[in-house]
Write a protein that binds this ligand. Structure first.
Ligand SMILES: *Cc1c(COP(=O)(O)O)cnc(C)c1O
Length: 207
């Protein structure tokens, strides 16, 4: 069992074959990424700016790097020209900084807004009210170098989701449910980049 067969199994279980699989390669050695690349993966998810910077020159240029973790404002400049999609934009301040860096290098940077339900204790992301307020604001309309492609997080934001194309939702343990709920991209780490297929998948295959 290896990365290639894990990948095949994961793909086989997909409820939506058009859902993009982002292979979450954080903390994994470059050899694992190369193996996943050989098996056809082009989308890699990392949660640290430094790791993207280190791994980016070591893989072919057709790799699409997804920033899936919390992104600090002062680090946007290091990945502005590399990153394919920033999944977790969790504040207007961060969005403004991405816009600023995009302007500098004349690039419109694709972003997803991270959302959380108001009841959650998390300090990151927008709740529904904050999201709607921002999307309707003049400050938001003035941003020229970011493209909001969708949301990262929960499926309950169906009203807002209609306005946007992408929904990044689902990990190794819940990507099947996420796909049923309308996810367009799943971020899968351990089910692929761990040497053995997890029991969840075996269960899924035998049912
Ligand atoms: C690590 C991580 C994942 C992947 O989690 P697995 O359970 O290993 O599939 C997905 N999304 C984010 C934001 C992560 O940090």
């Amino acid at each position: 069992m290896g990365i290639k067969s894990n990948l095949e199994i994961v793909k086989k279980t997909f409820k939506n074959p058009n859902c993009l699989l982002v292979a979450v390669s954080k903390t994994k050695p470059i050899e694992d990424l190369r193996e996943a690349y050989e098996a056809g993966i082009r989308d890699f998810g990392e949660n640290k700016v430094q790791e993207i910077q280190e791994k980016y020159p070591l893989l072919p240029p057709d790799v699409r790097w997804h920033m899936i973790g919390h992104l600090q404002t002062n680090k946007v400049k290091y990945i502005a020209n590399i990153v394919h999609l920033i999944h977790g934009v969790d504040s207007f301040k961060l969005l403004q900084e991405i816009n600023k860096q995009g302007k500098k290098i004349n690039r419109i940077i694709p972003c997803l807004l991270q959302i959380h339900i108001a009841k959650e204790e998390t300090k990151f992301g927008f709740d529904q009210g904050e999201l709607e307020e921002m999307l309707g604001s003049q400050e938001f309309a003035a941003l020229t170098h970011v493209e909001i492609q969708g949301l990262m997080g929960m499926a309950t934001f169906t009203e807002d989701q209609k306005l946007l194309n992408e929904l990044s939702m689902g990990m190794s343990g819940d990507y099947l449910i996420a796909q049923e709920e309308g996810s367009t991209m799943v971020r899968i780490g351990s089910a692929i980049l761990v040497a053995e297929v997890n029991s969840f998948l075996n269960q899924e295959l035998s049912s």
